[in-house]
Write a protein that binds this ligand. Structure first.
Ligand SMILES: Cc1cc2nc3c(=O)[nH]c(=O)nc-3n(C[C@H](O)[C@H](O)[C@H](O)COP(=O)(O)OP(=O)(O)OC[C@H]3O[C@@H](n4cnc5c(N)ncnc54)[C@H](O)[C@@H]3O)c2cc1C
Length: 632
């Protein structure tokens, strides 16, 4: 067991943690270090889509844009604080330019104008992309900068406990288990930047990379407040290699094939549509309305529901088949929009694959690079968990609302609301890193409390003590249990009955995990056993928030609520498929979830703050800035 002291500790090396480290270093904060499971882990490095999107302020042509205009669009979906949205929008240009200057290949024209396109929930052309691997490009450029700056990176370190001074409610560091040796290390720090990503490890049906689990539960263990946990995104994705099948994967009109336990194949979508053309038009629309959306039911999100019925309720497997068109496929009978798009893209061909070859060859090569040949095999898909719009609650400097010196940045920070413009997760991660770094650098020295070492020693010896009792539970089985529970009751199809049952099972499982020992485990199993505890606690918080959402706001954003008194969704679905309408009043509120007096999750609400419209005067803003008044 060892102990170290830093000025600032960064946990996590995704795009947001790396950016925070670079910014802190450039603002002169030292000593600092990044502690991470590994530079090859996390979502940013290991994921993408056909055109992975980065949302930024408009910087092209004559279309006017400004931080306030962008902030209004960031809050448009509801349940977002305006001041945080304004900070995210204001940081957009510096954060984007930082990445571009570090060599991230965002495309620009011959004059240096960064071109953009429209993404979902985006009224302007603010989105940009480097191709399928934008976030990987970001990570690589940032990692190279960390190396140039010789910022210390500690790999194979799993945070297993956050340290808090209970008297001041301040975060003072973390305990790490070394994945290779099992050795415990306490790191005390004046500030902790918590960049551990989204809750990928909570779902069985997931497009988060397999290597990414997230660690929001560590913050919940020490009582950090959360916001909007019930707001997540789900969408169609391939399973063998986890990848979103958005955009051109749908627009080239593949066949949706279901295979039952006997191996019998059928095009299951046909039973829901009155004509082949109607079915194909809906598949086409699914391409650019990729995430499941309550607002697209009825509409293109029916495709997700029909896929869910086929996989989850009927127990069949669903595949996309690009190898052939059915006999009744008739280009001329397709809707105008579908025909126009395929014509303009010059995407003609006798099979979906031929159309995809013309429209987006890299989309085929990507699967080939992962051992999947679309020309000779079908691609298995399901509706997968992809992103959490909610997360830990923080202020406009990305400091936790109830835990001082603790800065959740990146996906673990719940700055988004019911919906968000596609690509704004990356912007929020970089903006948060900039803001947290500026706050930390701007704060006068804030020495650790005198009892900090004692708190760390107590945590270390408590963990040590737990090794006196041998572990009885199999962490893999336990993990599968809560992942399956979340995919069943806490994903995009929700009902009061399911969530109530899931909550009761979740509480029992959490108690069971807490009572088990930590003795006799190999280093890797020790880490995963501890990880299960925080993930299991996290799923209790998510389910609690979802139960409240079912009672209050109803169907909205990335999920729908089924209710006996709801509106029938589609006449091809069973009678239980009735949608509880949304109560729009809740778009002006934010759901918080935090530890109550007895330590169990408790809900409260706060009203959304408006976007501020400061009409500043340069000399006064400059003076306040010069005098460090921003951080008083
Ligand atoms: C398929 C897919 C497509 C996406 N497409 C887009 C898109 O087009 N545009 C967009 O804006 N967003 C997109 N997203 C979302 C976006 O990728 C993530 O929100 C973002 O990459 C998260 O970055 P991060 O830095 O917060 O976390 P991550 O990149 O996940 O990094 C987390 C880091 O924390 C470390 N860590 C976790 N737990 C611990 C622990 N206990 N101890 C030590 N280290 C730990 C991890 O190892 C990792 O280094 C997509 C997501 C998916 C899954």
């Amino acid at each position: 067991m060892t102990m170290k002291k830093l000025h600032t500790l960064i946990i996590g090396s995704g795009a947001s943690g790396l950016c925070a480290a670079v910014r802190l270093d450039s603002l002169g904060v030292a000593p600092l270090a990044v502690y991470t499971e590994g530079l090859k882990m996390g979502t940013s490095l290991n994921t993408g889509s056909d055109k992975q999107t980065y949302y930024k302020l408009g910087m092209y042509g004559t279309e006017a844009d400004s931080p306030e205009l962008m902030a209004e669009d960031l809050i448009a979906g509801g349940s977002v604080h305006g001041d945080i949205a304004l900070a995210e929008a204001a940081m957009s240009v510096p954060a984007f330019s930082h990445l571009a200057a570090l060599g991230v290949p965002f495309p620009h024209d011959e004059y240096g104008q960064y071109i953009g396109y429209k993404t979902d929930h985006d009224p302007k052309r603010r989105a940009t992309s480097c191709g399928p691997y934008t976030s990987r490009d970001m990570c690589r450029a940032l990692t190279a900068e960390l190396k140039r700056r010789a910022i210390s990176v500690m790999e194979y370190k799993n945070a297993v406990r956050l340290l808090k001074d209970p008297e001041t409610n301040r975060c003072i560091g973390a305990v790490f288990a070394d994945r290779l040796t099992g050795e415990l290390e306490a790191v005390l720090a004046e500030n902790v930047v918590f960049a551990v990503g989204g809750p990928g490890g909570l779902y069985a049906t997931s497009v988060y990379p397999k290597v990414h689990t997230g660690a929001i539960g560590l913050a919940l263990e020490i009582g950090a407040e959360t916001r909007n946990l019930a707001e997540s995104q789900y969408g169609l994705a391939s399973l063998k290699f986890r990848w979103n099948v958005s955009g051109s994967y749908m627009q080239v009109l593949p066949r949706f094939v279901s295979v039952d336990q006997n191996g019998t194949e059928r095009e299951f979508l046909r039973e829901y549509f009155s004509s082949t053309a109607e079915m194909y038009d809906m598949i086409f629309l699914k391409g650019y309305q990729w995430p499941f959306a309550a607002g697209h039911v009825p509409g293109s999100s029916l495709i997700d529901i029909f896929t869910y019925v086929e996989t989850v309720e009927r127990g069949n497997r669903v595949y996309l088949d690009y190898r052939s068109d059915p006999e009744d496929f008739d280009f001329d009978s397709l809707g105008e929009e579908t025909q126009l798009y395929l014509t303009r893209s010059n995407a003609f061909g006798n099979t979906p694959l031929e159309r995809l070859q013309k429209m987006n060859m890299p989309a085929i090569e990507l699967y080939a690079a992962h051992g999947i040949k679309l020309e000779s095999e079908m691609l298995e898909i399901a509706v997968c968990a992809q992103h959490n719009n909610g997360g830990l609650a923080a202020d406009k400097w990305w400091e936790s609302t109830n835990l001082s010196h603790f800065f959740p940045v990146g996906e673990v920070n719940g700055s988004h609301g019911v919906t968000r413009p596609g690509g704004s997760a990356f912007n929020a991660g970089q903006a948060g890193a900039f803001r947290a770094a500026e706050r930390i650098a701007g704060n006068k020295s804030s020495p650790l409390p005198r009892n900090a070492e004692k708190i760390a020693e107590a945590a270390l010896s408590e963990l040590q003590h737990q090794t006196n009792l041998d572990a009885q539970l199999d962490w893999r089985k336990e993990r599968m249990e809560f992942q399956q529970r979340m995919s069943r009751a806490g994903a995009f199809i929700r009902s009061a009955e399911n969530v109530t049952a899931a909550l009761s099972e979740a509480r029992q499982q959490y108690q069971r995990l807490l009572q088990d020992g930590l003795g006799g485990l190999k280093p890797d199993d020790y880490t995963e056993t501890l990880r299960n505890r925080q993930l299991c606690l996290a799923h209790l918080y998510y389910l609690t928030s979802i139960a409240e959402q079912i009672k209050t706001s109803g169907s909205r954003g990335g999920s729908i609520v089924l209710s006996e008194n709801g509106i029938p969704i589609h006449n091809g679905l069973e009678s239980k498929w009735k949608l509880a309408p949304e109560d729009p009043a809740y778009r002006k509120k934010m759901m918080l979830c935090h530890a109550g007096k007895d330590g169990t999750p408790e809900i409260s609400w706060e009203n959304c703050r408006e976007v501020p419209h400061p009409d500043g005067w340069f000399e006064t803003v400059w003076k306040e800035y010069r005098e460090g008044k921003l951080h008083e």
